[in-house]
Write a protein that binds this ligand. Structure first.
Ligand SMILES: [Zn+2]
Length: 124
């Protein structure tokens, strides 16, 4: 479950950086089966344009509120690549795929690669 603001921010940033790759940390909380994303945090040492592979998760300062990572797939395929599996960080991995228009372009996965339901909080 995403709060509205981080959801829209991540789509907007992916769009702005296209065709370069966008990456950010997801902050929020985990309650049972449900992960709630409340905030985005730009990953330190991530290099836009050089691809996700330049991202070093070990450079992330310890932050208990980090629940996972989001990155974009400018190719438009919202599926985890082998590289993505090997660089899973936190509890969820979110992929935003071109054309980054809405929840249909967003996929979330758990550490086993199972697809999670993506829901966005409605506007209050
Ligand atoms: Zn990927």
């Amino acid at each position: 479950m995403f709060e509205r603001e981080p959801f829209e921010t991540m789509l907007a940033m992916a769009k702005n950086l296209h065709p370069r790759e966008f990456i950010a940390l997801l902050r929020g909380e985990i309650k049972g089966e449900e992960t709630r994303v409340k905030d985005l945090l730009l990953a330190p040492l991530s290099v836009y344009g050089a691809g996700f592979s330049s991202f070093n998760p070990y450079a992330i300062p310890f932050d208990a509120s980090v629940v996972g990572l989001v990155h974009s797939h400018p190719s438009g395929r919202a599926e985890m690549s082998t590289w993505d599996y090997n660089h899973f960080y936190g509890s969820i991995m979110v992929i935003v795929a071109y054309p980054y228009e809405g929840s249909g372009d967003v996929a979330a996965f758990d550490g086993k690669g199972h697809r999670l339901r993506v829901a966005v909080e409605s506007r209050s």
